[in-house]
Ligand binder design. Structure first.
Ligand code: HEC
Ligand SMILES: [Cu+2]
Length: 438
């Protein structure tokens, strides 16, 4: 084989090797983009994220030094002792043959005790130091330093969405003050103790910009905590494979200024009004009660206090606690559906326009409650009712045929079923009704 031939073959091999190399580099570098919603490389969003981030960079630094040393040695040895034509000992015409034979074998030794002790102890010490700092950071996140009577939230994962149960006064022995889905709304600058569990299989709750990851395991309650330093929207995604729609099980944290959060929470505690027959949305409410209330709750309309004929039932939440329908046990509570910006595991947007965090509170305001927002600002300030355009077509697709929108193995026990029996007009009425639920 001629040298020239070999050279061009080598070049071709290098070319094909370069393609996956460049592709991996592009994918790797794209993860460094700084304003991606799941970006973990920002440390200013919460104190816990900062701790994790600091730890990450220390470990990354140590790993880089070790990696460069080891890889550098490998590359050097590959290059230094590569097989060269002129080094070929099997070629009887090789002019270097005598030289080659002379240095064919380097000096032979067996073992080197000092070296071996060193390369066992040094990595062990490095790992020990890393482990100590890591374990402290993990255990710290299980402990809460918030006062007992402050807001606590129970987080319940299920196929394939998240439920948030709010205990405003921090008392977990009583039923939650209100329940919401997919969007966890918290006051800024306050540590919120969480208790994370699951109703069916194992899920994992993780808002990368705010805290570490915690498993949500049926029958167990894992203490965790979350805090956001600044108002904003922080996205997350279920991070434990949990079945067909695992990839469509997202969640968001919306952090509001403390006073905004208080207004928001006051609104969430309101029950929905029971509409009378002359209300334009009465038909939607009745269709909801007949078709949807066997799974979904609307406080005030479908629960024990409601003045209507819906059968009510009690929910055993696996912990010995019995709640009324506030916790549905199988489907998101829709009492304030229109005050959320996403639905179905946060994969669809309720509104066509982006709802910025500054406007989030306005989403839940009705004419009646809006007046209180002007409080202290002066009487001339007209209540600014924020009215983004709802995505009616998306909602219609969801209610007609949810399994087509989000693969959920629509068995009796999980996922939202299809409603092929409803007419378009009926679905529109239900949507109009749902959109009044602020
Ligand atoms: C058999 C139980 C069941 C029935 C009946 C049912 N749903 Fe659902 N629905 C679900 C489940 C479960 C989800 C959560 C699905 C997911 O996120 O994957 C859901 C989600 C939703 C959501 C999104 C809520 C959110 O915040 O994420 C809306 C809106 C909704 N359903 C409306 C309706 C309407 C309207 C009806 C009646 C026409 C109805 N559902 C009937 C089980 C049901
Ligand atoms: Cu999951």
């Amino acid at each position: 084989m001629s040298n020239k031939n070999l050279g061009s073959k080598k070049k071709r091999a290098m070319f094909w090797l370069a393609i996956p190399g460049v592709a991996s580099l592009v994918i790797f570098l794209s993860s460094c983009n700084h304003n991606r919603p799941l970006n973990t490389l920002t440390s200013d969003a919460s104190p816990d994220a900062k701790k994790i981030n600091d730890l990450f960079f220390v470990v990354l630094g140590i790993a880089t030094v070790v990696g460069v040393l080891v890889l550098g040695a490998i590359v050097y040895m590959i290059w230094r002792f590569r097989n060269r034509e002129k080094n070929n000992p099997y070629d009887p015409d090789n002019p270097n043959l005598a030289l080659l034979e002379a240095e064919a074998l380097p000096e032979q030794t067996h073992g080197n005790l000092r070296l071996e002790i060193a390369w066992t102890i040094i990595p062990a010490l490095i790992l020990l130091v890393v482990a100590i700092f890591t374990l402290f950071a993990i255990f710290e996140q299980h402990r809460s330093t918030a006062a007992d009577d402050q807001l606590k939230v129970d987080v319940v994962g299920q196929q394939w969405w998240w439920e948030f149960q709010y205990h405003i006064d921090g008392d977990r022995s009583t039923p939650p003050d209100f329940v919401s889905a997919n969007e966890l709304v918290i006051p800024t600058g306050q540590q919120i103790p969480l208790e994370v569990s699951a109703r069916d299989v194992i899920h994992a709750f993780w808002i990368p910009r705010l805290n570490g990851k915690i498993d949500a395991v049926p029958g167990r309650e894992h203490a965790w905590r979350i805090e956001a330093s600044k108002p904003g929207t922080y996205k997350g995604q279920c991070t434990e494979f949990c079945g067909l729609s695992h990839g469509f099980m997202k969640m968001e944290v919306r952090a509001l200024e403390t006073s905004d959060w208080a207004s928001w929470a006051r609104n969430q505690m309101r029950s929905a009004a029971v509409l009378s027959a002359d209300d334009p949305n009465y038909e939607g409410q009745e269709l909801f009660i007949t078709n949807c209330a066997r799974c979904h709750s609307i406080s005030g309309v479908t629960d024990t206090n409601a003045d209507n004929e819906v059968d009510t039932w009690e929910i055993y939440d696996g912990d010995g606690k019995i709640h009324d329908q506030l916790i549905s046990g199988s489907a998101p509570n829709l009492t304030h559906f229109a005050s959320r910006t996403t639905y179905a595991g946060s994969i669809f947007d309720t509104y066509l326009s982006e709802v910025r965090i500054e406007d989030y509170l306005r989403l839940s305001l009705t004419e009646a409650s809006a007046t209180s927002v002007g409080e202290g600002v002066g009487d001339e300030v007209a209540p600014n009712i924020f009215e983004p355009t709802p995505d009616i077509r998306g909602l219609r697709r969801w209610i007609f045929n949810a399994p087509a929108e989000k693969p959920a193995a629509a068995s009796e026990s999980r996922g939202m079923p299809a409603f092929p029996n409803l007419t378009t007009d009926q679905v529109n009425s239900v949507i109009d009704y749902l959109l009044t639920l602020k």
